[in-house]
Structure formats: C-alpha cells, structure tokens
Design a protein around this ligand. Structure first.
Ligand SMILES: NC(=O)c1ccc[n+]([C@@H]2O[C@H](COP(=O)([O-])OP(=O)(O)OC[C@H]3O[C@@H](n4cnc5c(N)ncnc54)[C@H](OP(=O)(O)O)[C@@H]3O)[C@@H](O)[C@H]2O)c1
Length: 251
C-alpha cells in the first residue's frame, strides 16, 4: 500500500487582525485558495468572526505585540500548523485616551511619544523576532508591516504628528534592517513596509472629514490593493517601502 504523503499547510498570518485593515486582510485571505489557513493574531477576538467558516480556514490566537510571552506562545502554535509564507503586521496607533497627534512641538510629551513608539515600532519588531524564523528557508515568503506615508522623512512637507511620523520612520528602519538580516538565511524571503492609503477605520475616524473625495478607501479596497502589491513583490523588493498602488515611497 502506498504511504500517504501529507502536504504541509499553506499559512498566512495577520497580526492586528481585529483592526480595520487587518480584519479586511484576514477576510480577503480566507477567500484566497492559495492559503489553507489564515491565522489571526489580536488582543481581542474579532467582532465579525464568521459563524459559517465551515472549512476552519480562519484560526484565532490571542497576542499582544508588546508581550513577548504571548508572541512566543503564538509562534509555537503556528509552527505546529506549518511554516507561514505570508506575515502581515496590521497593528498601529494614532490616537486614543490621552493620545492625539501633536499639532505643535509644545504638545510633545515623553509619555505619548513612548506609547506611540512602542506600538508602532517596537511591537512590529517583536512580532518579526518571533514569527520570521517560522518562514520556510526554501520557498518565497513575505513579511509586510503596515507603515504610513507620513513616516517618510523625504515626503514630509506639512510637519505635525511628531510621534506618529517618527514612530513610522523608526518602523521603516527596523523593517529595512531586519530585511537585510533575513535575506542571509531566506534568499527568497521579502520584508517590506507598506502604506495602505487613507482608510476608513477607527484609526482615521477623527481625521476623515479633511480627506478629499475619493481618497478615503474602504478597508476592503485597501486590503485588495495591498494583497495585489504583495503578490507582485519580487526578491528585489526586499527592504523597500511601497504604497497601496505599488509605487515606492521615499524614505
Ligand atoms: N487607516 C488609515 O488611514 C491608515 C493610514 C496609514 C497607515 N495606516 C496604518 O495601517 C495599520 C492598520 O490601521 P487601521 O486603520 O486598521 O487601524 P485600527 O482599526 O485602529 O487597527 C489597529 C489595530 O492595532 C491593534 N493594536 C494596537 N496595539 C496593539 C497591541 N499592543 N497588541 C496587539 N494589537 C494591537 C489594535 O487592537 P485593539 O483592537 O485590541 O485595540 C487594532 O485592532 C496601522 O499600522 C496604521 O498606522 C492606517
């Protein structure tokens, strides 16, 4: 009798999968036959989790990106399912209780700067530390972290938003740096920072009144555009910063 050969599961991971763009990415990936399982990591269970995921394509695991124990535990559970070929980091913060983008230097505080840096730069670096080693050595893989165009130093003509801008610039440098290291053991691995466009989510809600007509994407629109960009990334894209339409963004 021929021995059954089991094919490894094809996995995508979405960190921050309960957020606006993150959840849209997870749902789009769950419809994509390229992946057997889409693993959603978030602090809270996504509110819109489908009752009818009969194929069990979506898998939820709790994780706080600032808690390495939770990331380590999720990594162990993911590794038991297979080697992910796509890791999306869709966490981030712009405003919250006691936190608002600074219009002037006078509004800058150590507490707010530290909080934004922790979530937007430190957290994604810790995610990469725990999840990148799970990617296969001999197959193409992508890690994409959601950054923001306002994190571009070269593109900054308006000023303001000190913490958010600087934390995304720091994220971009972390991605660039880990991309170089990752390539040494994963020649087919690609790590990038992506700008999702201005997207209608909780993060952009207080600012969307000022967005020009037609420039505010639905989360589903942004997710589809980002996944198309990711699909087209070749090895030369490693360490780059790209917009939702695939155009490179200056550092
Ligand atoms: N929306 C836009 O216009 C826009 C534009 C440019 C860039 N971006 C970037 O795109 C990404 C996604 O943003 P979004 O619009 O989808 O925002 P969102 O709906 O607010 O989602 C952000 C998610 O990050 C999660 N998060 C924050 N801290 C976390 C932590 N310590 N551990 C785990 N999860 C944590 C939040 O989890 P909880 O739900 O538990 O709070 C939330 O689900 C962000 O990096 C953002 O900076 C967005």
């Amino acid at each position: 009798m021929a021995e059954a050969v089991s094919t490894p599961a094809r996995l995508a991971v979405v960190v921050g999968g309960a957020g606006g763009v993150g959840w849209a990415l997870a749902r789009a990936l769950a419809e994509n036959p390229t992946y057997d399982r889409v693993i959603v990591l978030s602090r809270r269970f996504p509110a819109d989790w489908p009752a009818t995921d009969t194929q069990h394509r979506l898998v939820w695991m709790p994780a706080d990106i600032l808690d390495e124990d939770s990331l380590g535990a999720a990594a162990v559970r993911i590794a038991a399912l297979g080697a992910p070929t796509l890791i999306l980091i869709a966490t981030g913060v712009l405003h919250g209780e006691g936190l608002a983008p600074e219009k002037t230097l006078r509004a800058v505080t150590a507490e707010a700067l530290s909080r934004v840096f922790l979530v937007n730069a430190v957290g994604p670096a810790l995610v990469a530390k725990h999840l990148l080693p799970l990617t296969p050595r001999d197959q193409p893989s992508v890690l994409a972290a959601l950054s923001a165009r306002v994190g571009s130093i070269g593109d900054n003509q308006l000023g303001g938003w000190y913490g958010y801008r600087a934390s995304k610039a720091a994220l971009n440098m972390l991605i660039r740096t880990l991309a170089i290291e990752h390539r040494r053991t994963r020649p087919l691995g690609v790590c990038v920072a992506l700008h999702p466009g201005t997207v209608d989510t909780a993060l952009s809600a207080p600012f969307k009144a000022g967005v020009a007509d037609g420039r505010l994407f639905a989360a589903e629109q942004s997710a589809a555009a980002l996944l198309a960009v990711i699909e087209g990334l070749g090895p030369q894209a490693n360490g780059g910063f790209y917009a939702w339409d695939g155009a490179p963004i200056p550092w």
